[in-house]
Design a protein around this ligand. Structure first.
Ligand code: G6P
Length: 616
């Protein structure tokens, strides 16, 4: 979604802003722009389209322009065009603003400002912020001197309802950059004699790994060599510098054609990291440091509710099966966007688990708040350290898989399932399963990374399958039990990046309607690994074949029988049924990736999608 980068230092700001915006491209955007403070005035340059388009229109960088703000916009209010692109100037031309989030009361504020004679040029909610700051600034109301800019910002922010991450310039303050946050993340990277304010650490790490993370209703005022943090109510607060935990190298492509492919191939190593330090092999014990203090409560939990969006929701569905199988605790998984509005029943000893790669998804964050209000203990399973969900939850477990840049989530999914599996095993051991069963689960879990590698080795074979089917516009993904959520995930991956229409279904449900869709040559991807439902799914495969459907089957290595039922076969190593999703999802990730590349799509920047959906 939208991205913010701002710079104050000694170097020319423009190239740093442009580089930073490129690092945020993966979030998804439709327009981009920068504003620089030059000779007491603000120069804004912006355009619809890619950052490469912006680079074509930018003035050559000047050594003297050492303060600026930049933005990539993902349209919410107003179509994606150049006028609606950020930065937005206020009506006096003195204030420039870039904004992530949505101002909910923007219409009321706009009407009020228009009645005051303020003219608007765009359809955005952001211009309201710029004009409101500009209005207070112009009116002064007795304030003057060094604090006038800060004062006007605070006055305006107190009027806003909704979410914002903001970077703000004022033409009269050639040495000052202000950032503010409520709901949308904002981080200040603190370098030696330079500062980078950004919505995402990816834009900062090239310059420094020291940073402060703003909390809601906080702002930072940056001047050469110093910064101060306050609430928007003007109460000074001290903030500690934190180390940003991932390196630039982790963000770069490392020889892969796309981030998504790199992240698919990273899964053996990042899952090893995710389990490392948490699984004590010598004693076969699991130690999840972040939730240690809550373990007694978790063991006595009557009901778990997992809540998440997109791929993380599918991980939750898998987790639901694993929790019920191993820990024998009733568990349900809900879309965060549904959970928050359904007046959820949170009884005593209910624990809510929020799952989110970014930790910034607005619906997931709102579901966390809703659950907390109703008295639930809320855990977070999150990748981005220090993100909003991580901070809003009572405790949690980080994925530790490094930054995920590809918009289509891959390694976060398998890590989310791995963390849920570790938690389930530990709870299971404390509740009812024998130590030897727990040991067996642990032994099998730690072998998953090497088994994933053997699937990755089949990437070329999977590309050939993708190539033979990539021109088909409708696909089905079918699985049963734990592999039903994998079918949903496979369909989602294909839709996201190849723009092929795909449906994921519990295989048995096919005959209650979707079977009518099957025509000659339509690809149907079956997950038909060993397990109690194997014979049943074999029947479903035959139902599709009888109607001319083309079967792409993911099956267990050594299954000879399946060869008679599959037009295309992908084999995965044997593993206990509850861990199968950690393997069966791999061929589907690769299938979607190759299909998208074959169809000529920009895999890392799929149309209309955002990596982190920070609006409802
Ligand atoms: C977006 C992304 C998906 C992701 C979902 C949830 O829609 O495109 O890949 O699964 O958000 O994101 P989260 O960061 O909360 O896991």
């Amino acid at each position: 979604m939208c991205g913010i980068v701002a710079y104050l230092g000694k170097k020319p700001a423009q190239p740093i802003l442009v580089e930073g915006l490129k690092r945020l491209e993966y979030r998804g955007y439709d327009s981009a722009g920068v504003a620089l403070l030059r000779s007491g005035a603000i120069r804004v340059q912006k355009t619809k389209g890619r950052i490469s388009t912006l680079e074509e229109i930018l003035d050559p960088p000047a050594d003297t322009d050492t303060l600026g703000i930049g933005h990539t916009r993902w349209a919410t209010h107003g179509e994606p065009n150049t006028i609606n692109a950020h930065p937005h100037l206020d009506y006096t031309g003195k204030i420039a603003v870039v904004h992530n989030g949505i101002i909910e009361n923007y219409a009321t504020l706009k009407t009020w400002l228009q009645n005051e004679g303020v003219e608007f040029v765009s359809q955005t909610d952001t211009e309201v912020v710029a004009n409101l700051i500009g209005w207070f600034y112009a009116k002064q109301n007795g304030e003057s001197g060094p604090n006038k800019f800060e004062w006007a910002v605070q006055k305006a922010l107190r009027e806003l309802h909704g979410a914002y991450g903001l970077a703000i310039l004022c033409a009269d303050y050639p040495d000052t950059l202000i950032g503010a946050r409520n709901g949308s993340p904002l981080i200040l990277g603190v370098g030696s004699s330079e500062y980078i304010l950004a919505s995402d650490a990816a834009a900062i790490v090239e310059h420094t790994t020291q940073a402060i993370y703003l909390a809601n209703n906080e702002m930072v005022t940056v001047t050469p060599g110093a910064f101060s943090t306050k609430t928007i109510e003007n109460v000074t607060i001290a903030k500690d510098l934190k180390e940003i935990e991932f390196s630039l190298e982790q963000i770069e492509l490392g020889g892969f054609q796309h981030h998504m492919l790199k992240e698919i191939f990273e899964q053996p190593s990042v899952l090893t990291t995710c389990m490392g330090g948490r699984i004590d092999r010598a004693n076969n014990r699991i130690k999840l440091g972040g939730i240690e203090a809550h373990l007694r409560e978790l063991t006595r939990t009557k009901r778990f509710i997992m809540t998440a969006c997109g791929t993380a929701f599918h991980a939750g569905l898998v987790g639901e099966f694993i929790f019920e199988q191993i820990a024998r605790i009733p568990t349900e998984t809900e879309y965060a966007s549904e959970f928050r509005y359904r007046n959820p029943i949170i009884e005593d000893r209910t624990v809510v688990i929020a799952i989110s790669q970014s930790g910034e998804t607005a619906d997931t964050l709102a579901a966390v708040e809703q659950a907390k209000e109703r008295g639930a203990t809320v855990l977070g399973i999150v990748n981005v350290v220090g993100s909003s969900v991580a901070r809003a939850t009572d405790a949690g477990v980080y994925l530790h898989v490094g930054p995920e840049i590809g918009v289509a989530s891959t390694k976060a999914f398998t890590a989310q399932v791995t963390v849920l599996a570790m938690l389930a095993i530990e709870l299971g051991r404390r509740r009812h399963i024998s130590s030897s069963d727990a040991d067996t689960y642990i032994e099998e879990l730690v072998r998953i990374p090497e088994k994933i590698q053997s699937i990755l080795d089949q990437s070329d074979h999977i590309r050939q399958i993708a190539s033979a089917n990539a021109n088909e516009e409708n696909w089905l993904f079918l699985g049963r039990g734990l592999n039903y959520p994998v079918a949903l995930e496979g369909a989602l991956k294909l839709k996201e990046i190849s723009y092929i229409h795909a449906e994921g279904l519990p295989a048995a449900e096919m005959k209650h309607g979707p079977i009518a869709l099957i025509v000659d040559g339509m690809p149907a991807v079956f997950i038909a690994t060993e397990g109690p439902q194997y014979d049943k799914i074999m029947g479903n495969i035959e139902e599709v074949r009888a109607r001319g459907g083309r079967t792409i089957v993911v099956a267990t290595e050594g299954d000879e029988n399946i060869k008679n039922h599959a037009d295309y076969l992908i084999q995965v190593p044997k593993t206990p049924e509850i861990f199968q999703p950690l393997l069966t999802v791999l061929p589907l990730q690769l299938l979607a990736y190759h299909a998208a590349v074959i169809r000529g799509h920009d895999v890392d920047k799929p149309r209309n999608l955002a990596k982190s959906v920070t609006v409802e």
